[in-house]
Design a protein around this ligand. Structure first.
Ligand code: PLP
Length: 427
């Protein structure tokens, strides 16, 4: 163990990382495109886009230049009572790509805060109207982040167990995949009929952290139209699915209905800076347009709308909306589909799922599918030894690459997955 690693071990507490079960972290000196460069000269393919944030490859020169320019011009300013060009440009850019009904942009710092803001907006909407609708519906297995509000609307799991007594009550309906859609819609309608549901929060079409579980736009449309008929505020958590991940700019673009509130983060800056955004329709804003000071939305963070983060987001937006990026999304989706149909039916595979740039392979194991499935301990090192970063969700391998990946590089990852499938590790 060298000095840096010793210092890391001694001083740093890493996320989602056990103190005893984990090998030393890998030291990364630099990164370019899809590759992470280690101190000892390895080039590791970042096949999970560094927790789903990276879109255009690492250290992208256009984003780096925008950040450098902004840092020299205006690094930060309080965002209450003041404003700046990067935030206004970003708001205009987002308006161009969001579902048409989204009319206001509220800035925060990450996905969890974007969700917290969304929940608070929805709950205060009813408070400001003087209507008691305090219950929230969510989907079983959901993951919306690690703050208390976002944990409360997430499925209960080992992530939230230590805090279970502190989480507020939420009505969870079954995950509406093909097997359970009818039952879930029925549960949903029964809850709506009680008349005191204020909001419905969901990850549109794909539940990321619970294993890239997918459901159809048709089912989600049914849920949304049933909810909106009753005036229930629908919150799309697009923190993971936003900015092209599912093949369209937002997963909500697969739907006929439009959410009332959206939470976005992750890919917004192309993966370069921390930024969260909550957007909402005019209906929500109207409930806050009042002369009554006590009905103000009293929420904010020190770094709200940080100009450097906004500048990175604006640079990423230009790359994302260029035709070359669209071509890459099509390429990745096509390659994923071809590989999915090639390996479907393999004896070790329970299910292969794919949507846009996301490919998930659920492996058969003696244990239940879960985040703590022991198979993860074999999957992660197997790929890392071959210089591919795949961070499985238990027994689920997924690929979710930066959009700049080339077909040959995808084939390299697929070949490695086939090698894993035929290895004796799965016996
Ligand atoms: N919502 C969804 C759907 C997510 O997938 C995540 C993170 O994975 C979050 C919210 C939380 O985002 P963050 O990790 O930036 O707080």
């Amino acid at each position: 163990m060298d000095d840096s690693q010793k210092n890391d071990r001694e001083l740093i507490w890493h996320p989602f990382t056990s103190f005893t079960e984990t090998p030393d972290p890998i030291f990364i000196d630099s990164a370019e495109g899809i590759y992470l460069h280690t101190t000892d000269g390895r080039r590791i393919i970042d096949a999970v886009s560094s927790w789903w944030v990276n879109l255009h490859g690492h250290s992208h020169p256009v984003i780096a230049a925008a950040i450098a320019h902004q840092a020299r011009t205006l690094e930060h300013v309080i965002f209450a009572g003041f404003t700046h060009e990067p935030a206004i440009t970003l708001a205009k850019n987002l308006k161009r790509i969001l579902p048409l009904n989204q009319s206001k942009i509220f800035f925060s710092d990450n996905g969890s805060t974007a969700v917290e803001v969304a929940l608070k907006m929805a709950l205060q909407y009813w408070y400001n109207l003087g209507v008691k609708k305090e219950r929230i519906i969510a989907l079983k297995g959901a993951y919306h982040g690690d703050t208390f509000g976002s944990m409360s609307v997430g499925g209960r799991s080992i992530f939230s167990d230590p805090f279970s007594g502190y989480l507020f009550n939420v009505e969870f309906i079954d995950f509406p995949d093909t097997m359970n859609a009818e039952k879930a819609i029925q549960q949903f309608r029964e809850l709506l009929a009680t008349g005191d549901i204020g909001a419905f929060i969901f990850e549109p079409l794909v539940q990321g952290a619970s294993g890239m579980r997918m459901y159809t736009p048709a089912v989600l449309d049914q849920l949304l139209s049933a909810a909106q008929e009753k005036g229930v505020i629908c919150i799309a958590d697009e923190v993971f699915t936003g900015f092209g991940r599912t093949g369209k700019m937002f997963a909500s673009h697969y739907l006929s209905a439009m959410p009332d509130i959206m939470a976005v983060s992750k890919g917004i800056t192309g993966g370069a800076m921390a930024l969260g955004v909550t957007t909402c329709s005019a209906k929500i804003v109207d409930a806050f347009r009042t002369g009554d000071f006590t009905k103000t939305f009293f929420h904010g963070h020190s770094y709200t709308a940080n100009p450097i983060a906004c500048a990175a987001a604006n640079a990423s937006f230009e790359l994302l909306t260029a035709p070359a990026c669209d071509a890459q999304l099509t390429l990745i989706a096509g390659e994923h589909l071809r590989f999915a149909s090639k390996i479907k039916g393999h004896k070790h595979i329970k299910e292969v799922r794919s949507l846009g740039t996301i490919l998930a392979i659920e492996l058969r194991t003696g244990e239940d599918t879960s985040y703590s499935n022991e198979l993860r301990k074999k999957i992660y090192p197997f790929f890392l030894d071959r210089n591919i970063l795949l961070r499985p969700l238990g027994n689920i391998i997924y690929i979710l690459p930066p959009y700049v990946i080339k077909a040959g590089e995808l084939h390299q990852i697929y070949a490695c997955i086939e090698e894993f499938l035929s290895s004796d590790l799965l016996l």
